[in-house]
Design a protein around this ligand. Structure first.
Ligand SMILES: O=P(O)(O)OC[C@H]1O[C@H](OP(=O)(O)OP(=O)(O)O)[C@H](O)[C@@H]1O
Ligand SMILES: Nc1nc2[nH]cnc2c(=O)[nH]1
Length: 179
């Protein structure tokens, strides 16, 4: 098994092995299966990074449930609006639903804060956040909905298992950290 790799000529070392990730996902799914029994939850995956995590998580979910994906676009607005975000593909039928937002990583938390604000506009019954990775030391705003965390990790750049370094590395089966 390769423990050191380079992506775009930057060096990374093995951080979370494939089996470690798989085991943790199985446990997260068991918890979700218990918590959402008979609630027909709607899982919303945040593209691009969550695609492998959501796929592997869903294989362990044995509930009646639905799955959608959104993508967050960021672009420069006018000088008064600064950076503008948009939640592309947000389902419009969230009223009264139990929502689980699925992310690969929560770093500053600002992306998730924006997603939650858009979801609450539709008056869902409940909202939880499920993230594979969480960097508590990087968090800028508290996220009360953060009920399912795979791994709390140090404030270091990671790549693999859906996470990219400048476009590359999403297809790695394991998670690596910058050295
Ligand atoms: O907590 P934050 O500091 O806001 O960072 C977390 C966000 O950053 C990553 O997405 P990215 O914008 O890199 O897009 P990607 O999922 O397409 O890689 C990740 O998937 C989260 O959405
Ligand atoms: N690939 C990658 N994307 C991120 N987005 C926010 N934090 C990270 C990180 O550590 N790695």
């Amino acid at each position: 098994m390769e423990t050191n790799i380079s992506v775009h000529n930057k060096e990374f070392e093995l951080f979370l092995e494939e089996e470690t990730i798989a085991k943790r996902i199985r446990l997260m799914a068991i918890q979700l299966n218990v918590d959402y029994e008979n609630r027909n939850p709607l899982f919303i995956g945040v593209l691009n990074g969550s695609f492998l995590f959501l796929a592997d998580l869903m294989k362990e979910i044995d509930l009646a449930c639905e799955t959608e994906f959104i993508k967050i676009a960021s672009y420069h607005g006018t000088s008064s609006t600064g950076m503008v975000k948009d939640a592309l593909g947000m389902p419009q039928n969230l009223k009264g639903r139990d929502i689980v937002v699925v992310e690969d990583i929560i770093d500053s938390g600002l992306t998730m804060k924006y997603i939650l604000s858009k979801i609450y506009e539709q008056e869902p019954a409940s909202v939880s956040v499920c993230t594979l990775l969480f960097k508590p030391d990087a968090l800028k705003e508290e996220i009360n909905e953060l009920n399912y965390i795979g791994f709390e990790i140090p404030n270091e750049f990671v790549v693999g298992y859906g996470l990219d370094y400048d476009g590359l590395g999403r297809n790695l089966n394991q998670i690596y950290r910058a050295v």
